[in-house]
Design a protein around this ligand. Structure first.
Ligand SMILES: [Zn+2]
Length: 632
């Protein structure tokens, strides 16, 4: 590559920032260079007029979304950039790479686009800017023409998974300095498009990116990094900057100064080979109390469900709860296996338990995590979780999709595509639909996760009356006399909990609500799961289980059958085993009536047999963030 072309490429990059040869253009109502100060001022003026909900309203969003600005998404055939993804989130119709039109039944309230920071240095020179260093490389030509498929691209990326920091793609983006300049210019663009689409009171576009450190054998130490406002880090810290997780948090903490506020959300911990929350870093060094304190300040939430499965709990991996068996991607680790299998420190429930244990050992629980769900879509269609076959699976093979092949197709990361889940959503209880309100709700962990449903879940604990649900304003009373999900209980007495859920207006009714408790007793990590309320007056017996619902699904038509199910469920309950001597957490899990799994709908539509290695139906669900009680 000659110097002339390199220089020319950089000029193009600079020009591109302002002249915007972007196929996915920013709306004309906003300048394409980021008027950061002006946006802040505008946002504040509008924020004064936005509708506010003192008792907080449930807002739904997707905090894990890839567009064509992620190299793996681009290599998968996606040519829709952030602008299209925002338009889709707001309810507009878009045409997916398959040629299918897609539109959300109900628009999202907020979104965080989380393209891989590792792609930021490459995406412009390789795919957008003729004359830049990498544009004419065979690799980039193949990427643009679709000859380099996603599988090959991912295999190449994972081949370097052992290198820390990850190497720059110098052949594509120039020397390290040029690569960093490219990365910074993409990061600027990410902010500009988010600012253009943020609409306080109506739709929130959070500025965000994904940190994607890779482990061998397709393992991941991935986190989404989300900012409160327009004050963000100058450079999106990626796996090319850090040598381990400790280093990541330390650099992020140092770079996000002053008015900058940030939180991180680990995801696909089911693919982390136990490392995201193990007692040692990936280089084997034990965390110091300073490391854990820093991390617990920044890492407030946990992505419990998404298209690559669930990370809540697993039978034989520290749990015996039959309702854990959904979205399981790996067999339990055996013996010395430590890759490609499931470990306790990969799963939310065990991580919360280990947090209690660490709290006992060190005086501070470092793993107080709320929950959210998201999609991890790579086809620029945030929140597209309902309504038959998720269209992104049609894109799973890249351009040239054929319906009847998806059931057999393999992904290099996931294996059989049919094992994928439909993808989840994030719920937050916020006072208004603004960046600051949503971020603050996430920071105080007043959030819930769903596996794609728009069900709403409230969960409170404290000095609550037994009939709180029958009072005039139960939510006001619950805030007054208790604490919401994501909080610590105060007071010394045994708490009473109140849980409430309402169904997705466009989904099936609710089957039951369960309460999961975790505690540490005599040094042993313990857990229990009880049904606390079920539809149609079914009562949990001494087993803690309601009789199974009679609601079902006709597998040929996917129509729901039976009459059981409730539009709303709520109940108060106390823990008969509550002890002030014990630290514990409690969270709610809400199950819908059964529906066809997406694979059943797909098989029906192509007149094929149902896959025999997967359930034909699924009970989609939601999870509240926990409430913690601390031993006195
Ligand atoms: Zn991702």
């Amino acid at each position: 590559m000659s110097n002339f072309i390199r220089t020319n490429g950089l000029i193009c990059l600079v020009l591109w920032l302002s002249s915007c040869s972007d196929p996915d253009k920013v709306p004309q109502t906003h300048s394409s260079t980021p008027p950061v100060k002006a946006v802040t001022a505008d946002a504040k003026a509008v924020a004064d007029e936005v509708e506010r909900f003192p008792l907080r309203t449930a807002l739904f969003g997707d905090l894990h979304v890839h567009t064509s600005w992620s190299m793996d998404a681009y290599a998968g055939g996606n040519r829709l950039g952030p602008n299209s993804a925002y338009r889709f989130a707001k309810g507009e119709k878009i045409e997916l790479q398959t040629g299918d039109e897609a539109q959300l039944q109900v628009p999202l309230d907020f979104v965080a686009l989380t393209d891989h920071a590792e792609s930021f240095e490459m995406i412009q020179p390789c795919t957008m800017v003729p004359g830049s260093p990498g544009f004419d490389l065979q690799l980039c030509r193949d990427m643009r023409s679709g000859d380099l498929d996603q599988a090959t691209m991912l295999k190449q990326a994972f081949a370097m998974a052992g290198l820390r920091p990850a190497p720059h793609q110098n052949d594509i983006c120039g020397d390290d300095k040029q690569c960093q300049a490219n990365a910074m210019s993409t990061w600027q663009r990410v902010q500009t498009v988010a600012n253009a689409h943020d609409d306080p009171g109506r739709f929130t576009a959070l500025i965000a990116y994904e940190f994607s450190s890779l482990l061998t054998e397709m393992g991941m130490l991935h986190r989404n990094v989300i900012f409160r406002g327009t004050d963000v880090v100058p450079h999106a810290i990626s796996s090319m900057d850090v040598s381990n997780q400790r280093d990541f948090f330390s650099q992020l903490d140092a770079a996000c100064e002053g008015p900058c506020d940030v939180l991180t959300i680990p995801h696909n911990t089911n693919f982390s080979w136990g490392l995201t929350f193990s007692r040692t870093d990936e280089d084997g060094a034990a965390y110091t109390s300073e490391d854990l304190e820093r991390r617990s300040r920044i890492e407030r939430l946990f992505e419990v469900t998404q298209q690559k499965g669930n990370s809540e709990c697993q039978i034989s991996v520290g749990a015996a709860d039959e309702d854990c068996n959904i979205g399981i991607m790996f067999e339990p680790c055996e013996g010395k296996d430590d890759r490609g299998c499931a470990r306790e420190s990969s799963l939310l429930r065990n991580v919360l338990l280990d947090g209690l244990a660490l709290g006992k050992e060190t005086g501070r629980n470092p793993y107080k995590l709320g929950v959210i769900g998201s999609t991890d879509t790579h086809t620029s269609d945030p929140g597209n979780t309902r309504g038959g076959i998720p269209p992104r699976f049609k894109a799973a093979e890249g351009i040239g999709f054929a319906v009847d092949r998806v059931l057999e197709a393999q992904s290099p990361v996931i294996g059989p595509i049919r094992k994928l889940s439909a993808g989840g959503l994030a719920g937050v209880w916020a006072e208004a639909n603004t960046r600051a309100d949503i971020f603050d709700a996430m920071k105080r962990r007043e959030t819930f996760a769903t596996s794609g449903s728009r069900m709403r879940i409230r969960f409170f604990g404290g000095d609550l009356p037994e009939d709180v649900g029958a009072q005039n304003n139960p939510v006001a009373l619950a805030y007054e006399r208790g604490v919401p999900m994501g909080s610590d209980l105060h007071g010394n007495g045994a708490p009473r909990f109140w849980v409430w859920a309402s169904q997705d207006p466009n989904g099936p009714p609710l089957d039951r609500i369960q309460i999961v408790k975790g505690w540490v007793e005599n040094g042993e990590q313990r857990q229990s799961v009880r049904d606390v309320v079920c539809s149609n007056g079914r009562q949990p017996g001494t087993s803690g289980k309601c009789p199974k619902t009679t609601a079902d699904v006709n597998l040929e038509s996917c129509e729901r059958t039976g009459t059981e199910g409730a539009p709303q469920l709520q109940v108060t309950f106390s823990d008969p085993d509550f002890s002030v001597e014990q630290s514990a957490f409690y969270y709610a899990r809400v199950l819908e009536n059964p529906t066809c799994r997406w694979t059943t709908e797909l098989a029906n539509s192509a007149d094929k047999d149902l896959p025999d290695d997967l359930p034909a139906t699924v009970q989609e669900r939601g999870w509240s963030s926990p409430i913690w009680s601390r031993s006195k």
